[in-house]
Design a protein around this ligand. Structure first.
Ligand code: MLT
Ligand code: ZN
Length: 480
């Protein structure tokens, strides 16, 4: 929404009121809603809960609160609306777009204490979850019942279901199991107007008009806060195999994908470049997967029962010359260690404070797009290392530009920032998205027009003002 001058002035006044000690003042109404152990305002807590994995802005919330019930969230939002107090939702804080950063005296609303799976129905196969349930905990809960929660990514051990829904998290199994959105059968949200909406309530069929649930999926906490989610669970997966293939030419990755998809059902088709492999191997002390290094690698996962068909596809891609070498896991331990080559990349390059980009185009458009983006970065900064990896089976590329040791972070980010518009123009020309799975947050908010038309942005602003009339829900994120 566009804030009116009066609302903007009220929010700024509330945010920048300093106490005698020079610290941002904590809104006093918090004590009326929460007990003392549910409120923190010490520097360590503010630094911890006031940020996600991005490091471009320092956290500076005025307080952190830990609601235990939906009623407390509702009371908080209502009082925040009356006092023009900005609220920032906080889950597992693993986001990479600044969506959970509180840098302007906001009150952080942590869902750490709303972390229970409150109910499970084996007939419906639906787990009713509080927003702070850790993704890995829901996965284990499902496994204990012979089922599966299939949305998976490297940060499953700390990310929260509420955060996953707010960003429509994707990850490594989307090619077979879809996005978080596909597993949400019901949502309870507290809107910015302080209303509690119960959306869909676990139904499979519901033809009663607009499905409000889906408006909140991917809304990054800008319309309302999720206080409960009904998550569908799936039949348990079969034991699986992991294959890593060496693919010298990037366009051949798509031919390899097609060849395997013709024979088997893939549950993952990931890729990484030689640079990415070098970094993760060095960081985790992992063995070279293949005897001959090459430019690109594909990592495939499929059901054990499809091994013969997969080997037939492997023979074909070798014969065609698209693949030069390959390895197939012979045990769960080997499968897990091959997965490390892909899942450990993000962590292994963190020391280079990379300039991260999370881009999507149609799978068929990937080769031309990757070449153009690589050329764009290298024309501007030939000395910068470009580290590519991602979920190629979904058309999702992670572009990471690594900081040379001699450069300051500020200079490096400023340099990379100058080519962002060129990269996003390439995304727009390819009909792609400037954020495939990390979200817009603060990092991409100035570039939304490269993926959304003026008409769409106007509709989004209209929705924002409808659900968040006071502009208090995660301001400065997604829409600016
Ligand atoms: C990944 O695919 O590894 C994650 O999205 C994290 C990242 O992009 O670095
Ligand atoms: Zn990813």
């Amino acid at each position: 929404m566009t804030l009116g001058d009066v609302e903007r002035a009220a929010i700024l006044a509330a945010l920048f009121t300093y106490s005698a000690g020079g610290r941002l003042r904590m809104p006093t109404f918090l004590d009326e809603i929460f007990s003392p152990e549910q409120i923190a305002r010490d520097d360590d807590s503010c630094a911890n809960w006031g940020r996600d994995w991005t490091r471009d802005r320092a956290p500076a919330p005025s307080a952190v609160v830990f609601p235990k019930t939906a009623e407390e969230v509702q009371a908080l939002v209502r009082r925040a609306a009356e006092t023009a107090t900005a609220l920032v939702p906080s889950g597992g804080r693993t986001g990479l777009s600044g969506g959970a950063v509180a840098a302007n005296g906001e009150v952080v609303v942590s869902f750490d204490k709303m972390n229970r799976i409150v109910d499970f129905d084996a007939t419906d196969r639906i787990a009713r979850c509080q927003p702070g349930v850790v993704t890995g905990a829901l996965q284990s809960f499902a496994e204990d019942r012979g089922l599966m929660y299939p949305v998976d990514f490297a940060s499953s051990g700390s990310s929260h279901i509420g955060g996953n829904i707010a960003t429509n998290a994707g990850g490594i199994k989307v090619i077979r199991y879809g996005l978080t959105r596909d597993w949400v059968t019901g949502l309870q949200v507290v809107t910015g107007a302080g209303e509690l909406l119960k959306c869909n309530q676990g139904l499979t069929k519901n033809a009663t008009g607009y499905d409000l649930r889906h408006l909140f999926v991917g809304s990054e906490g800008t319309l309302g806060f999720i206080v409960e989610a009904e998550m569908r669970l799936a039949k348990a997966a079969q034991p699986h195999r992991v294959m890593v293939l060496g693919v010298p030419q990037f366009p051949d990755l798509l031919k390899v994908l097609a060849a395997f998809q013709q024979e088997i059902t893939l549950s993952a088709f990931e890729f990484f470049s030689q640079i990415a492999l070098d970094k993760v191997r060095a960081h985790r002390d992992l063995a070279e997967p293949l005897s001959t290094p090459t430019n690109f690698y594909a990592l495939l996962e499929f059901d054990d029962s499809e091994e013969d068909a997969a080997m037939a596809a492997f023979a074909r891609v070798m014969e065609e010359g698209w693949v030069t070498d390959g390895v197939l896991s012979q045990s769960d331990a080997q499968a897990a260690s091959l997965w490390q080559l892909r899942e450990g990349i993000s962590e292994s390059i963190a020391i280079y404070t990379p300039y991260k980009n999370d881009l999507a185009v149609k799978v068929s458009a990937l080769p031309e797009f990757l070449t153009k983006v690589t050329d764009c970065v290298q024309a501007a900064y030939p000395d910068y290392e470009v580290c590519w990896y991602g979920h190629i089976g979904d058309g999702n590329l992670h572009l990471n530009i690594l900081k040379p040791a001699a450069l300051s972070i500020e200079e490096f980010y400023a340099n990379c920032g100058t080519i962002s518009p060129q990269i996003f123009a390439l995304v727009e020309a390819a009909g792609g998205s400037i954020s495939a799975e990390h979200g817009v947050g603060t990092l991409k908010a100035d570039y939304l027009q490269f993926s959304r038309s003026p008409e769409q942005i106007a509709v989004m602003r209209g929705l924002k003002s409808l659900f968040d009339p006071h502009g208090i829900m995660n301001p400065g994120k997604l829409l600016v």
